[in-house]
Design a protein around this ligand. Structure first.
Ligand SMILES: [Zn+2]
Length: 217
């Protein structure tokens, strides 16, 4: 698939209710929503201050990233022992117990992919928000969108909550600061995705690309 095909695809959208394929509007004006002409299902709504809010939520998520990964999620009081575990120490324990492939999958989906995703999104939003022309913005944004399939923080959190519920009868479980950071990270990441007006981002990226090309060499 070449760049032109990619651009044509990005200008189209599908109604998830009735599968109608239609042209994406360049932007949604304030207080407006876009409805499907066939089934009248809501397709898009205006997202005020999208760029600014996406940038702030992405930075917030980055601030919580290190504490969420390295600080203890839980403290257990189990048969006189009191182990505590963070995301990173869990991955190391899996590796030491020779569950190599599981350790790598958890490392990629819970640490590397989400972190890279946040770094790429902050690069794009920083550049668009402050008007700094950083190189490779379109490619970085596409890489960010691709990586969204790899980050699985929410699944990690669900697994963690299930184990807390199971352990509650067997041991005294005290929630660690890592878990609060993890929840804050997840919330900030979800807010960043909800704040993002993708058609607006594409439009700004295209404008940015066009003006960069016009600059004298
Ligand atoms: Zn529809």
């Amino acid at each position: 698939m070449n760049d032109n095909d990619n651009n044509t695809l990005q200008q189209l959208m599908v109604c998830h209710h009735c599968d109608l394929v239609l042209q994406k509007p360049p932007s949604v004006p304030e207080h407006h929503r876009v409805f499907c002409p066939q089934c009248h299902h809501k397709l898009l709504s205006h997202k005020p201050n999208s760029l600014e809010r996406t940038f702030i939520w992405t930075l917030t998520a980055l601030v919580f990233f290190m504490p969420a990964i390295f600080l203890p999620l839980l403290h257990l009081d189990l048969f006189g022992q009191s182990p505590s575990s963070s995301v990173m120490s869990g991955i190391l324990a899996l590796w030491q117990q020779e569950f190599y492939s599981v350790a790598v999958v958890v490392l990629v989906t819970s640490v590397l992919a989400p972190m890279l995703q946040l770094i790429l999104l902050s690069y794009v939003t920083y550049s668009l928000y402050f008007g700094h022309k950083l190189p490779g913005l379109v490619r970085v944004f596409k890489a960010y969108l691709e990586l969204r399939h790899w980050g699985m923080l929410e699944i990690y959190l669900i697994g963690l909550l299930v184990s807390v519920i199971k352990l509650i009868d067997m041991a005294e479980v005290v929630v660690g600061i890592g878990l609060f950071s993890f929840i804050a990270l997840l919330m900030a990441q979800i807010m960043a995705v909800f704040s993002m007006d993708a058609p607006l981002f594409w439009r700004l990226l295209e404008q940015n690309k066009a003006t960069t090309k016009e600059l004298p060499q």
